[in-house]
Design a protein around this ligand. Structure first.
Ligand SMILES: Nc1ncnc2c1ncn2[C@@H]1O[C@H](COP(=O)(O)OP(=O)(O)OP(=O)(O)O)[C@@H](O)[C@H]1O
Ligand SMILES: CC(=O)N[C@H]1[C@@H]2OC[C@@H](O2)[C@@H](O)[C@@H]1O[C@H](C)C(=O)O
Length: 365
């Protein structure tokens, strides 16, 4: 394996919007982002990845073909970054596309074709970061807390890093160095689904549509009754649970709903479920830093600050020097770096695994 400190990280998450990539340099133990790129999925691939989130006919063949399409989108993202690299890249670390996440059944599935990606890029590829943690009895998710601790942790200060992608997750970086965290529930997944259905848009830019609606307290309470929110950690979730049918089942019985009031209520659901998770930690939090696409939803950030009582500063990770839309891809670049160092990537206190494990599998160039 090459000794370069340059890594490319690729993340395509539950929002199914496309591939976020970064070129990172981990020389001398530092974490530096040199370049970032985003490659949207072709519409057909996106639709198929969405369809593969639920049971369907001929899944094995369809998944394998979608994996080839994914590998090509990944390769485009790698090409855009590699051309700007100041030297040879040690490895591409790629998350893959989650199509099932069932740790309770002993598996999680990130669709991918890392062999094709190695073939297309000529660079070592490290893939499949979650399954070893599950094999060790863990949830296989969230994995970003170890990176959040390395990038954003400061001894003597309690910080919470909140990733709001399709699903939300928190990393609590305690003043004494302990790290706790888990998936809080829906991030943008229901917000995107609802505005898509009613306005034909991919997402609610800056939360503007939701801001024009009113939160409906009875509906919010109904949504917050979901047992997942009350389950103890370790826990993780995905589109397996939080999908539009989940929402539709809970909307039944509410009549004369204005679509924008539902959007406001869904925004409040994301904010409340995250805030409650933070308050449940029962520690004095110095500051909350938000990353993921949800950091660009001003309405959501205002609701989160409000749900925390207005006493804790809520900012984006840009305040700590990393743009919110780069954090996850950078986290996977870092996990790839950890793999090459034969260092663990999971945090047993977060995932519930029996111990620290080296995460990933290598597909040589
Ligand atoms: N300007 C914006 N205003 C409001 N929301 C936005 C904006 N930009 C992005 N988003 C939201 O962020 C989502 C994408 O976030 P991100 O890329 O962090 O998710 P992901 O990585 O796919 O998900 P996950 O972290 O769950 O794996 C979009 O689907 C959208 O809902
Ligand atoms: C199974 C899976 O893909 N989980 C994702 C998803 O998106 C957010 C949340 O649910 C988190 O658990 C995880 O992603 C981040 C990158 C993680 O592992 O930390």
């Amino acid at each position: 394996m090459m000794t370069s400190s340059l890594y490319i990280g690729l993340m395509s998450g539950t929002s199914l919007d496309g591939v976020d990539g970064v070129l990172a340099d981990f020389a001398d133990g530092a974490i530096r982002t040199l370049e970032a790129a985003f490659v949207p999925f072709p519409a057909e691939l996106r639709a198929e990845l969405m369809a593969l989130q639920a049971n369907g006919a001929n899944e094995i063949e369809r998944e394998a073909i979608a994996a080839n399409g994914l590998a090509r989108a990944y390769a485009d993202c790698v090409a855009a970054l590699n051309i700007k690299a100041p030297g040879p890249v040690a490895a591409v670390a790629v998350h893959g596309q989650t199509v099932r996440h069932r740790p309770e059944l002993g598996f999680t599935r990130q669709t991918n074709n890392p062999a094709l990606l190695a073939e297309l890029t000529g660079i070592d590829v490290i893939a499949d970061f979650r399954s070893r943690d599950i094999a060790a009895g863990g949830q296989g998710a969230p994995l970003v807390p170890a990176f959040h601790a390395a990038a954003f942790g400061t001894p003597g200060t309690t910080r919470v890093v909140v990733n709001i992608g399709g699903i939300g997750n928190i990393s609590v970086l305690h003043a004494d160095g302990r790290v706790t965290g888990y998936d809080t529930g829906p991030g943008n997944v229901l917000l995107d689904g609802w505005i898509g259905r009613h306005q034909g848009k991919e997402y609610d830019a800056d939360g503007a549509w939701g801001a024009r609606g009113s939160v409906m307290p009875a509906l919010l309470e109904r949504l917050l009754e979901e047992p997942y929110f009350h389950q103890p950690a370790p826990k993780s979730t995905g589109r397996d649970l939080f999908h539009m049918e989940w929402l539709d089942a809970r909307l039944a019985g509410f009549t004369d709903l204005a679509a924008q009031d539902v959007q406001a209520t869904l925004t409040a659901l994301t904010a409340q479920s995250i805030a409650r998770a933070i308050l449940d930690e029962r520690v004095t939090v110095d500051a909350v830093y938000v990353c993921g696409g949800g950091a660009y939803n001003g309405t959501l950030l205002r609701m989160l600050a409000g749900a925390l009582g207005g006493a804790v500063p809520v900012e984006s990770t840009a305040a700590l020097g990393i743009a919110p839309n780069r954090v996850e891809a950078l986290a996977f670049a870092w996990l790839g770096y950890r793999f090459t160092q034969r260092q663990p990537g999971n945090m047993p206190a977060v995932t519930g695994a029996q111990g620290p494990r080296i995460l990933g599998a290598l597909y040589p160039a």
